[in-house]
Design a protein around this ligand. Structure first.
Ligand SMILES: [Zn+2]
Length: 120
């Protein structure tokens, strides 16, 4: 049940994207602190040092996925500017407003996304 985006829906998604961009940038700024290299001179036990390193690598993985999502958001905002938003960047079919509401930065339609995830 995909229909073309109305201009009101587009404006709403645009707002959502701007909001998400602010939130994710904030998240990255906060996590910059957590992903500082572990200070090996700090007098802590071996176990807690391993804990700390594990936490750090989790924080880095989170950070990478946040950065990736932020990149998709920037790209989606650029597509809005070029009047190309809402169309799959791979097959140029409509992405569908249901999918865009759930994930406004989505660059692909569902079938292209599925293809990418399952690998050719
Ligand atoms: Zn597609």
């Amino acid at each position: 049940m995909d229909e073309e985006l109305t201009s009101a829906q587009l404006a709403e998604l645009h707002q959502q994207l701007l909001q998400l961009r602010v939130e994710l940038r904030q998240l990255l700024a906060e996590s910059a602190e957590q992903s500082q290299p572990v200070d090996l001179d700090k007098p802590i036990g071996r176990l807690s040092r391993m804990d700390e390193m594990q936490q750090q690598s989790m924080a880095q993985a989170n950070r990478r996925s946040t950065e990736q999502r932020l990149g998709q958001i920037e790209a989606a905002l650029a597509r809005i500017g070029r009047d190309e938003y809402g169309w799959c960047v791979a097959c140029e079919e409509e992405i569908g407003c249901g999918r865009l509401k759930a994930r406004p930065e989505a660059p692909f339609c569902l079938s292209c996304q599925t293809q990418r995830e399952t690998g050719r």
